[in-house]
Design a protein. Sequence first.
Length: 726
Amino acid sequence: MASALSQFYTAWAVFRDLEDSLGMANAHASGAGIYHEIGQIDNALSNYQMALSRAEEADDDFMRARIMINMAYAYLENGDPERALVLLDDVKPIVVRLDNPLIDVYHLENLAEASFYLGDMDQARAFFVQSRAMAEDLGIGSLLSNIAFFMAQIEHQAGNIDAAFAEAEKGLVQAQKNDEPSRMRDLHGFLADLFEEKGQFESALFHLKQSRKFHDEIRSTEVEQLGKVLEAQMDLERKEQQIALLKRDQEINELQVQRESIWRNIALSGALMLLTIILGLTILLRAMSKSRKEAEDRSRGLLVVQAELERANQTKSNILAMTSHEVRTPLNGIMGMAQVLQRTAQSPEQIRLIETIMTSSEMLLVILNDILDMSKIEAGRLDMRADPVLVSGLMEGVEDLWRPKAEEKGLALKAQLAPSLQRALIVCDGGRVRQILSNLLSNAIKFSSTGAIYLRAETDDEILGRSAIVFSVKDNGIGIPAGHGKDLFEPFTQLESGATRKYGGTGLGLSICKKLVDLMDGQIGYESEPGKGTRFWFAIPLISDANQPDDAAESAPQPRAQAGPTESARSQQAPETGLFEGDAGESDKKRILIAEDNPTNQIVIREMLRGQGYALDFAENGAIALEKLKAMPFDLVLMDVNMPVMNGVEAVAEIRRLEKQAGAPPLPVIAITADAFEEDRARLLANGMDDYISKPIDRLSMLDMLRAIFAAHGAKEKGEVKTAIG
């Protein structure tokens, strides 16, 4: 896929230089198809639009029709059937004029899908029947499996269960013949639902497992393809930079040779008459002036190229940040509902399947965070904080976070803190130090099977040539073979080719650790012996908070951990507490308003809070939330940040204005956001939020936060009458 993308860029450049509109249309259409296949629909639509413009210039009806039909399919994939239908109606005169059976069948099949998604099932059925007959005549197997899948859904909605079974099984046979993993995944999932409706649970479970198998294979392929595409883009950028540098060096060498030649000629002509010397000097000055001008022109050109590369890198970082935000929303639904299911799971098989979902989701979240961290570091947009941090609190937080993971593998986790650091308050970015330690502990647990893992903090005056604090993680794992450590801190590096298959991971973790340590003016390294374990360490300057009294260490605030154990692991540590619905009178219940525009996230939050004694109400955006707050009193608001009409930040600003105007006590507002970085948290708190929860939501962390806020506000507002804000 990465190779195909590289070929697309090369082909487009060639056709551009030749001013071949039809060639550029083909190149853009091919690039759009590649982006479509890896799920980057916005990039696909952008390239389809450019391809359509070039096809218009070339006045090629066949290319125009093919591009418009593919664009319509992309809109269908992107959940916009209305725009797809408009495009299909626009291209219809061209399709009729071409009278090409291949164009006709794809146009008709897309019309059927658009009608289906718009709810016109009779029209969809008619179009699918026509397109099926044409696809059978043309022998297009991929269309036949797709049509069978949609016909099965139409029959199911019409209540024709037997017909739905027949269509689904027909489509599955065709998809197997075509070797279409995604279609086999969808059809197995649909058959699982049908068998479950009929009460045939063994058959339902078989098809569910088959659907999950194809889902995992597809997800693995998608992640691998995305990594290769990103790597190809980075390679292209590096090659462009290398070419620019080589050209500059070549030009400098030529200039140097030219200057040496001029001076040599002057030395040889020293015996000539004064007029000859003056003439030679005049020639020299003119040549130097010309060379200087050319050098200045080249420097300006290099600055322009550098600016373009920086803009491209910024665009890549923005795309990754947007991708992270968009992926966290559906991932929140997956992980949230899995946490809810854990509470009701009864059989060991159900528990095992749910834990598999949670583990896979957590792995995907780690990969997502690693890629986003690396992009922000490369773009120079990662800001380091300098806050007072209690070393003992930092160590305890990391130890508590990873002890359950270690114990799951039968490993002991032992933390050792030097006596001089027991009450030490240092200035550093505590969140990033925890991130580095978490990465090292994750690797230690991953590569160890027996024994203990040691987490240690101590002081040192030699490593950095000044006072430093050294953190280290030592394991008894497989160790690092000699000769494999020189590239260990480079991106996408694994110890061996089989490491990814056996142990998993992106190969970004240690690279991110090194870059974070470098940003803190520190050093990172390791000592290892194959078969006996590895000790990773990093040292950062020891900057004490001299303005804090000795007893301040005991009350120094510590930022919340950015991640926690899974629901199943935490539920074994302590039982849940709090009110359940029906345990208290209506007047004792806490009323919570949930401002969230995504229906899936509404269901997730509702199920997470079920049985906790809270009265819940929902608003689809900030404006509706304000109207509800004016109409009735609430105890707390869970506020999504990104919503249509009025976003969460705007809504909170209006809430605080109305409270100030009415002289009302501040209403607790907790932000819910897919922006999960420390700088995002600081921004939200500065805009009036009391705290924030990052997506995917950890259910127990959210419940703990609600109880703590209600306890704090309950003590503060005891005796006050609760009223609406308007």
